[in-house]
Design a protein around this ligand. Structure first.
Ligand code: PXL
Length: 280
């Protein structure tokens, strides 16, 4: 019998509000994977909630290397390494070292270059972190920026974000570093009333687009949901194009379901009752 694929999941844990590890773990587990978690930070709540002087941000930078040194002793091997929200600029170089140590011949390295959304960096992301994120993304086999992050990686203004397939294809090619890595850009609006993702698959050079009806309202954590489903599908052996289409469709389904419930947008999408859709 085949063992469950093993994923090194490197994200923060936000105690309140759905995002990052609180999404990555249940989604990848439901899809039949085993996750080893390396925490970048622990927050009382994700940063989209209004700022508060009671908020807790536990930066775990100096605990990361000791954690993976224990993993090395235990002989850990990973089918995928998947990073997201970072707690400090120093974590960028630390994670580059992690990738060098743990990448095997068949390891898929997915870097979600989490930095911001809607044209603005997240509250805890400094300009130095944004400027240096490209060096971590350069280690990846696949990156999954949203439009804000794609613009930051390319040094383009957010206002220049593509609105046509031809313009999106150009950004995908540029982000692929001449086809050296695969890219998925999320949050693309190429048809009125639709939203989705564009992908460039480095193994075939194919560029494709997946769209679904736009759900009014911006929910935090949908990028984490998208990338986790995408990775789960890739680990099942699906092509990037198929994985991308399934991730677009699942995120849309969760957003539409949540809108009906009329819950606070900042609480994110109600994916939990829909997880079983990912099991087949
Ligand atoms: O979804 C990205 C993300 C991850 N982690 C934390 C966040 C956010 C987005 O707001 O605040 C802590």
């Amino acid at each position: 019998m085949k063992q469950a694929p093993q994923v090194a999941a490197i994200h923060d844990l936000s105690g309140f509000g759905r995002c990052s590890m609180g999404i990555v773990l249940p989604v990848l587990s439901a899809m039949g994977n085993r996750c080893s978690t390396l925490l970048t930070a622990y927050l009382s709540a994700h940063t989209a909630y209004p700022p508060s002087d009671r908020s807790v941000f536990l930066d775990l930078t100096d605990r990361m290397e000791p954690v993976w040194s224990h993993w090395e002793e235990l002989g850990a091997r990973f089918d995928a390494i998947y990073s997201g929200f970072l707690g400090s600029v120093e974590q960028i170089d630390l994670l580059r070292t992690f990738v060098t140590r743990f990448r095997g011949a068949h390891t898929l390295v997915l870097v979600d270059p989490v930095m911001g959304d809607h044209g603005r960096p997240y509250a805890t992301y400094t300009s130095e972190m944004c400027a240096r994120m490209g060096s971590l993304a350069a280690e990846a086999d696949l990156i999954t920026p949203n439009l804000t992050e794609a613009a930051l990686l390319l040094g383009e203004p957010y206002e220049a974000a593509p609105t046509t397939q031809a313009a999106a294809a150009q950004w995908l090619r540029r982000l692929s570093m001449d086809g050296k890595r695969s890219v998925v850009i999320t949050g693309l609006c190429l048809t009125p009333g639709q939203v989705g993702a564009g992908s460039l698959d480095r193994t075939t050079g194919a560029i494709s687009f997946a769209q679904a009806p736009e759900v009014p309202g911006h929910f935090p954590g949908t990028g984490d949901l998208f990338s986790s489903v995408l990775l789960g599908e890739l680990l099942r052996g699906r092509s990037l194009e198929t994985a991308c289409a399934r991730a677009v469709s699942f995120v849309q389904c969760c957003a539409a379901y949540t809108l009906q419930l009329d819950t606070p947008l900042l609480d994110g999408v109600e994916f939990e009752p829909l997880l079983r859709q990912l099991m087949e």
